[in-house]
Structure formats: C-alpha cells, structure tokens
Design a protein around this ligand. Structure first.
Ligand SMILES: [Zn+2]
Length: 162
C-alpha cells in the first residue's frame, strides 16, 4: 500500500493496540502498525477494513444498525446506536459526494438509483452495491485516497479475526 497522500513508500515505525467490539459485544484487540511515508513524512495507521476509523464497534455492527431490515442482535446500547445514526446521516452525504468523484476519476460504473427517495440518493450503495459489506466497501476507498477527514487507511481483509 503506498502513501495515501503522495503514493510514496511507507516504512513501519511502530505499532499500537486498537480495541474494538464485535456485534455480540465481545471486546477484541488488534495491533495496528504505524507507518511513515519517506517522501512526505506523514504518519499513517494501518486499519483493517473490518473497522471504521474512530468507531469502537466493527463495520458489520454499524452496518447492521443502518441497513434495512435493522439487525436487532447488535450488543450496543441505545445511545451508541443513536450516535451511529447521527454520524451516518452526515457522513453518508459526504461519502456519496466523494464516491461520485472517485467514480469519475477512475471511470468506475455507477448504478442508477431506481428509487427517487432522498435516502436512496444519499446512500453509498449506488457506488459500492447494497450487498453485505457496503459500509466497509464505502470506507476503504475514501480512506485510502486520503479523503477521510483524518488519516487512517483500510486494508481489504477477507476473513474476520477471531
Ligand atoms: Zn506521502
């Protein structure tokens, strides 16, 4: 993975623990690598795409609450779920605009929305599909092109960590 800012080479300069919660409420811990870009000296943290930057629960949990039908088995309290919904209401507007610009920049196909409702227009599923994993598929390109509000980027992870 090159530097999201300048595409320079990254070198590992350390690591730090990152705690997160699974949908069942179990707390888990990852070791996140700290990487420094040699050309631009920016520090990046290598975040697996099972997590959303700055969220304690995994992407699957957050997506489950935001999807229809809503998953009722996410072990998070009501205030946490309310924060996710508030965050997503704003973030989705930003994400749709960013994903649109990425689609134009890289000549990617975009699915036309057959539903004229406001929610369909502001859902990143038009760009990444609505199948399970749409949140991680939305987060990864935004973070990896340095278009997240802060600097972590995501790696594609095929299997869930136990
Ligand atoms: Zn760089």
């Amino acid at each position: 993975m090159p530097c999201p800012c300048c595409e320079g080479d990254l070198i590992v300069v350390g690591s730090r623990p990152r705690a997160w919660y699974k949908s069942c409420g179990t707390r888990a811990k990852l070791i996140i690598r700290r990487l420094r870009c040699e050309p631009c000296a920016t520090i990046h943290h290598e975040l697996p795409d099972l997590l959303v930057p700055y969220r304690r629960y995994d992407a699957e949990s957050i997506e489950g609450v935001l999807s229809e039908p809503v998953r009722e088995d996410i072990a998070a309290d009501e205030s946490t779920i309310a924060r996710w919904r508030g965050w997503f209401a704003l973030w989705a507007l930003y994400a749709v605009c960013v994903l649109q610009s990425i689609a134009i920049r890289f000549h990617l196909p975009v699915e036309n929305s057959s539903c004229p409702s406001q929610s369909a227009l502001h859902h990143p599923g038009r760009f990444v599909g609505n199948a399970a994993g749409w949140l991680r598929r939305s987060v990864r390109p935004i973070a990896n092109l340095n278009l997240w509000i802060t600097d972590p980027f995501c790696l594609y992870v095929r299997t869930l960590l136990s």
